[in-house]
Ligand binder design. Structure first.
Ligand SMILES: Nc1ncnc2c1ncn2[C@@H]1O[C@H](COP(=O)(O)OP(=O)(O)OP(=O)(O)O)[C@@H](O)[C@H]1O
Length: 258
């Protein structure tokens, strides 16, 4: 994968309205290739709306989204996913009844699901390769010992690692995560963030929304601050933490939550 710090994803004047509420108010955000970009902001500032809009789960009302130089605005989520953008989600209830390994195996496109696919001579080899790849992912995440556990038996932090694992099983270039360490104990949170750092070293790009600044800041390369649907500041940690407007709007509003 290339790692030249060019714009992997960027938006131009993105707007999203909900019944008269302006959730995104002309947002311009650039996610550089092979970097960890963080979006912060008070509750209701539009962070989740932004990631849902760029990943196709919400339709933009105005503006544009570009990925690898091509416009992907308002393409359906599966098409955006096939382009290499994976937005991680909490493992849904039905999948929690499957094992950790099964959760990884079904994260990938599976030609064996069709009768025709299962008759193809290459299928067995494909299946073996897939299991091997899944175990590599589990080892990398240091949860290989849990491979046969049902997902509902995992802790919150282990489930987050499984979400990352599911993204790794696809051809993701950009992994978008909403609050990857929220509610996770500090030891496991550090383990999750260390894995993100190692994945960056392997060429992945991350866009993260997270309130736990104490934990994530050492891992991020660039920060956007949103308030009321707009980007009010951007820069590296030093710029953001000394920005008066950020201190007033963000820290004031969260009441020291960070
Ligand atoms: N599906 C929706 N329908 C109606 N309003 C919505 C919807 N999704 C978000 N909103 C509104 O848009 C605004 C931005 O919400 P959003 O969830 O993007 O904020 P956020 O910055 O992610 O907040 P938090 O930190 O609490 O997750 C809020 O006023 C919210 O109520």
């Amino acid at each position: 994968m290339k790692s030249n710090g060019s714009d992997l994803l960027y938006t131009k004047n993105l707007f999203k309205f909900f019944d008269g509420l302006t959730a995104l108010n002309g947002v311009n955000i650039r996610v550089k290739d092979n970097r960890v970009t963080l979006i912060i902001g008070p509750n209701g500032s539009g962070k989740t709306t932004f990631i849902n809009t760029v990943s196709g789960f919400y339709k933009a009302d105005e503006g544009h989204v570009y990925f690898e130089g091509l416009e992907i605005t308002n393409k359906p989520p599966h098409e955006i996913y096939q382009n290499g953008i994976v937005r991680t989600f909490q493992i849904p209830q039905p999948l929690k009844k499957l094992t950790v390994l099964e959760n990884l195996l079904i994260a990938d496109y599976n030609p064996g699901e069709s009768v025709v696919g299962s008759l193809l001579p290459g299928w067995k080899k494909y299946e073996e390769d897939l299991v091997e790849r899944a175990f590599d992912v589990l080892k990398f995440l240091k949860i290989d010992h849990l491979w046969d556990n049902l997902a509902y038996q995992l802790s919150g932090g282990q489930l987050k690692l499984l979400e990352i694992g599911r993204a790794m099983m696809t051809d993701a270039k950009l992994i978008i995560m909403d609050e990857p360490v929220a509610g996770v104990n500090p030891v496991l949170a550090k383990s999750i963030l260390d894995r993100i750092k190692e994945l960056k070293a392997r060429g992945y790009t991350f866009l993260i929304v997270e309130h736990r600044l104490d934990l994530v800041l050492p891992y991020v390369d660039y920060i956007y601050v949103m308030a009321n649907g707009s980007v009010i500041a951007e820069g590296v940690e030093e710029d953001i933490m000394s920005n008066r407007e950020v201190i007033e709007v963000y820290l004031g509003d969260t009441g020291g939550r960070t």
